[in-house]
Design a protein around this ligand. Sequence first.
Ligand code: MSP
Length: 517
Amino acid sequence: MSGKPSFYVTTPIYYVNDNPHIGHAYTTLACDVMARFKRLDGFDVMFLTGTDEHGQKVEKAAEAAGVDPLSFCDKVSENFRILAKEWNFSNDDFIRTTEPRHVDSVQALWRKLVDSGDIYLDHYEGWYAVRDEAFYAEDELTDGPDGQKVAPSGAPVEWVKEPSYFFRLSAWQDRLLELYKSRPDFILPESRRNEVTSFVAGGLRDLSVSRTSFSWGIPVPDDPDHIMYVWIDALTNYITAAGYPDENGEAFNTWWPAIHIMGKDILRFHAVYWPAFLMAAGIEVPKRIYAHGWWTSEGQKISKSLGNVIVPSEIVARYGLDQVRYTLMREVNFGNDGDFSHRGAVQRCNHDLANDYGNLAQRSLSMIAKNCEGRVPEHGDFTDADLALLDKSYGLLEVCRGHIDVQAFHLMLQAIWDVIGDANRYVDEQAPWALKKTDPERMATALYVLAETIRHLALLTQPVMPETSGKLLDQLSIGADARDFAALSRDHALVPGSELPQPQGVFPRYVEEEGAA
Ligand code: MSP
């Protein structure tokens, strides 16, 4: 082992009955930013994503496409790998629930839960929505347009009666409440924690965890008429990838427990069922369950029928990858719902990136290229103004760490942009172009302070904008071995006299196409 502390972050595994859209890209992006930050901050990181391939919906979708379920999954799962490549996601593993390692893991967990007395056989009848893969209580249903009963999600329900295995969820109510109470940051944001706590406090019913009505799933050990209900199968992916069932193995000890990030719609499964399964099996519960909000598009709910689905590859082609990554992480306070609009994206690209960050780098580096022979300037004594900016840069890592540790990506970016704002004001106040004739030494010092500030900014924007930050670091001649956060200190400050390449702008302005809105 490397001796470094370890960090394990996961995305939900995505259903293969849909093509990747902005919701998928968003959840994975947030995890990617976490993973990149922690790697740069000296952690050994495992970042997991993947696809959720079992269940009746997939069985039906494959049938409709005229192919067997596995070939269907092979094809759609690939689209999520392509998304990861296109968006520069740095996942270390990609799990598919149809893989043998996962089947072994879920069956081992199942056996454990049978042995502990937490799974028992009975039968189930109730209102079931195929689309949601969930049962609903009578009082949750409403009448749909054609007189059929529908779930709160709008999905039609049918009455189903079948033998089923149950997980004794009711027995875990007190221990779940105790967990939420003793670990206030187990579920974030806080509003979600309160929601989950009142749901659990309202009482829990045992959970149906197997089906006999379809066959595309993992067989229940010793009772092959039953296949496992999707959520026990799906959630277990998080421990499979950490080496389960080898609970005493090095991998499991290194990685588990994880931080799970997901959308608010699937919080209950992660914050209630999953810790209950784990506690019942004697496995440590996750470190954190973070539920983020949902995106709308130009103020409207995103839906296929409205034809306003935001396709990840299309927005990247339009605005640029790092521009989109920045916009998604900055535009909305992580945890809240938010709206993706063309105007908002253009504002982020042109104002925050091209004007604030891009211009700061471009004008500082151009002045150095022109007036300091293309070398890191020699500096004289620092003034109070110089020290104020440098000290703020040197203190930025600690501020960012505090925000990233509670998934406050927007606050991390705000803190970085605060320094960008200070640096731009510093350029205006110091006016190095005017010092050229009157006080060239002072000019060199001011340009040095700016270059050193930009070095800090470029290092710290790497998790969100890996490619463009890398280009800025190239322009400061920062070698690959000086790009992690250990270099964020005075000890690694730019060395005067080092040669710098010709600077180039890295954040082009978004120019509206002729006739576009
Ligand atoms: N397969 C389950 C997860 C099992 S995890 C053990 C699933 N898959 S999903 O493909 O439907 O959803 C994946 C993620 O996309 C969820 O986190 C969901 O919240 C997110 N989003 C889907 N639409 C979204 C938006 N419009 N906005 C933001 N995220 C949304 O659920």
